[in-house]
Design a protein around this ligand. Sequence first.
Ligand SMILES: C[S@@+](CC[C@H](N)C(=O)[O-])C[C@H]1O[C@@H](n2cnc3c(N)ncnc32)[C@H](O)[C@@H]1O
Length: 245
Amino acid sequence: MSTAEQYPTVEQNWPRMYIEFADVYDRFADREWRDSPVYSAIDEIVDELGGQVIAEIGSGTGRSTLELAKYARFVVGIEPEAAMWRIASKNIERAGLTNVALVQGSADHMPLSPRSVDVAVCVMSVAFDTMQHAAERLPEIYRTVKRGGSIVVVGLPPLWYAGELAEVVLGESRTTPEDGEGRQSEVLSKLGFMHHDIDATQTFDSVEDAVAAYGFIFGRNAIQHLIENNMSSIRWRFRISYLDV
Ligand SMILES: C[S@@+](CC[C@H](N)C(=O)[O-])C[C@H]1O[C@@H](n2cnc3c(N)ncnc32)[C@H](O)[C@@H]1O
């Protein structure tokens, strides 16, 4: 491999990722979530998850949905972007699971009846980074969850955007201009969510694989760093925030 310039990148344009490069996102998420300790931690946080129905909001290409389905009785994946949704359907069919369904929709308009699920889970999806976003989105999520159930939000703690390469991608501050991670942690904690942080490693097949997925998403500085340091795995810290309903 040579210089970073020869590799394509979407430079953290997330909306473009989900519409034009859903296949690359799928590769990234597969490496990120397969057998991740985040899901066993959710299983420990939510009482008796094995008997429960989950709504996963922002299910993307279904990698997080498939992991949740290992622990829950049934998972309904809700996803607004057609390109992501199409890949999720294929991934779920290929996995041969019968305890998963996919529906098109979003956190703002949940295609579910009132109190129809035990747990609502968002994995790196719906932003609760301002009080206004939380005030708009939480009541709709709350509407669909049975009393006695829970809402679980998997995100990143402050300074962990892009995982261990936060400084390479964002500079010394390790913080995006919007500081979505810091603000979301603050908002959820003000609303009474508890949280638990979990470390996990995203393992790619090779440096080329890491460049083509992680590098494609996070940009040229990340690509250069992966190549120069012969890196094929990335350490992440995730923040699991949860609230009893
Ligand atoms: C980073 S991906 C995560 C996908 C999947 N949960 C995973 O972990 O691989 C974020 C996903 O959330 C979806 N999303 C963004 N805003 C949303 C909203 N308000 N309601 C539902 N889904 C949303 C996007 O379309 C995208 O598929």
